[in-house]
Ligand binder design. Structure first.
Ligand SMILES: [Ca+2]
Ligand SMILES: [Ca+2]
Ligand SMILES: [Ca+2]
Ligand SMILES: [Ca+2]
Length: 287
């Protein structure tokens, strides 16, 4: 249960790269141009999934140009097309991350082998998380235009304003995703019903992870200008350089998030104290 929650808690949907004009094509087609736009370097923290359920995140990328998920040591699977946003999570509660994409052009979630669900529309930001604590990921989007979190079958909650970055995390450890936004203009984290905390500044990338293993998401930002991870009350750790993509995940199964970056320029993964591995190429999205 804990591990499932952990996997779900790690996506900062931030940006999700706001991909525009994705082709309304079926999942076998590709579009190089869209792929390039999807690979915008403005990328935020990325989710890392546990695709075999052993409690450790995999080194994995999704390639917009061919729609293939390259999961190191496990499999290569084609799923999705350029313009899609990868939204891997555990949708059926078996503790294995499911391969999934959300398509902005039609608002459809394609969860491999499990579901095809229309939820959301272009301009929305997918914020997949477990909002009711049943250990299954919920279909959810945050809409910048009205600040509403639309969680299928559960809630419509207004929280945040356009310009905010929605963050998926569990800050009070109740195994439910909390409605949270981080506001770049003042660096404040607004966690509905739980906390209002100033941490970080404009230009930072909010990161959600549990760095001390207390089962609560820690307030964390990664600063591209100096490569420092600022984890409130826990650590300030220099790891990575500008242009890297912070990837917060637990790669060794100790229930603590590892300081990790993926470098688009050479495809290297740097996990502090654990490994350096080349996997992926520029334009890929770490998943
Ligand atoms: Ca694994
Ligand atoms: Ca759920
Ligand atoms: Ca919570
Ligand atoms: Ca924590």
């Amino acid at each position: 249960m804990r591990k499932t929650k952990k996997r779900l808690a790690i996506l900062a949907a931030a940006v999700a790269a706001v991909v525009v004009g994705a082709p309304a094509a079926h999942a076998a087609e590709t579009d190089q141009a869209e792929a390039r736009s999807a690979a915008s370097p403005s990328s935020p923290q990325r989710l890392a999934g546990d695709f075999n359920g052993d409690g450790r995140a995999e080194i994995a990328v999704w390639r917009p140009s061919d729609g293939v998920w390259y999961v190191r040591g496990l499999f290569n699977v084609q799923w999705g097309v350029g313009g899609d946003i990868p939204v891997a999570a555990d949708f059926n509660g078996d503790s294995i991350t499911d391969i999934a994409v959300w398509r902005p052009s039609n608002g459809v979630w394609y969860v491999r082998g499990i579901a095809t669900v229309q939820w959301g529309e272009g301009g929305d930001v997918p914020v997949v998380g477990d909002y009711n604590g049943d250990n299954r990921a919920d279909f959810a989007v945050w809409r910048p235009s009205d600040g509403v979190w639309y969680v299928r079958g559960l809630f419509n909650v207004q929280w945040g304003d356009g310009g905010d970055v929605p963050v998926v995390g569990d800050f009070n450890g109740d195994n439910r995703t909390d409605f949270t936004v981080w506001r770049p203009s003042n660096g404040v984290w607004y966690v509905r019903g739980i906390a209002t905390v100033q941490w970080g500044e404009g230009g930072d990338i909010p990161v959600t992870g549990d760095f001390n293993g207390d089962n609560r998401t820690d307030f964390t930002v990664w600063r591209p200008s100096n490569g420092i991870w600022y984890v409130r009350d826990i650590a300030a750790m220099q790891w990575g350089v500008g242009g890297d993509v912070p990837v917060a995940a637990d790669f060794n199964g100790d229930n603590r998030t590892d300081f990790t970056v993926w470098r688009p320029s050479d495809g290297n993964w740097f996990a502090r104290g654990l490994f350096m591995v080349q996997w992926g190429v520029g334009g890929d999205v770490p998943v």
